[in-house]
Design a protein around this ligand. Sequence first.
Ligand SMILES: [Fe+2]
Ligand SMILES: [Fe+2]
Length: 132
Amino acid sequence: MIIKWTPDLSVGIEEIDNEHKKWVSLLNDFYQGLMNGKSKEKLTELVLGMLDYTKYHFANEERYMKSINYPDFELHKEKHNEYVAKITEFHEKIVNDKMILSLTVTNFLKTWLINHIKGTDQQYARFANTID
Ligand SMILES: [Fe+2]
Ligand SMILES: [Fe+2]
């Protein structure tokens, strides 16, 4: 396990926390696959699965932010878009053998996830008063 969901990652909204937990578990699956020496095909499949899930999660989160008239909505959405673009680029590079899935990639994904939840997601949670 490379990452664990801990209460300090909570946004105080059960549905969103559950989606973050799922995201964490998909990242762990990918890490596990990497550690177990799974094939490039299998690993890219895991990356795509994670990308699909984050798109689903981002859409839900954006809907929520709109529903509370969150003032920094656009900025937050931009960060989601940047992530999707980055992972899509990773995927393309891997498929074309221009990049190898490694711990560097895994650490990037992990750091992004944690920084995003703590630095960006928790901002709307504070705005909505669902966390302190
Ligand atoms: Fe977000
Ligand atoms: Fe999120």
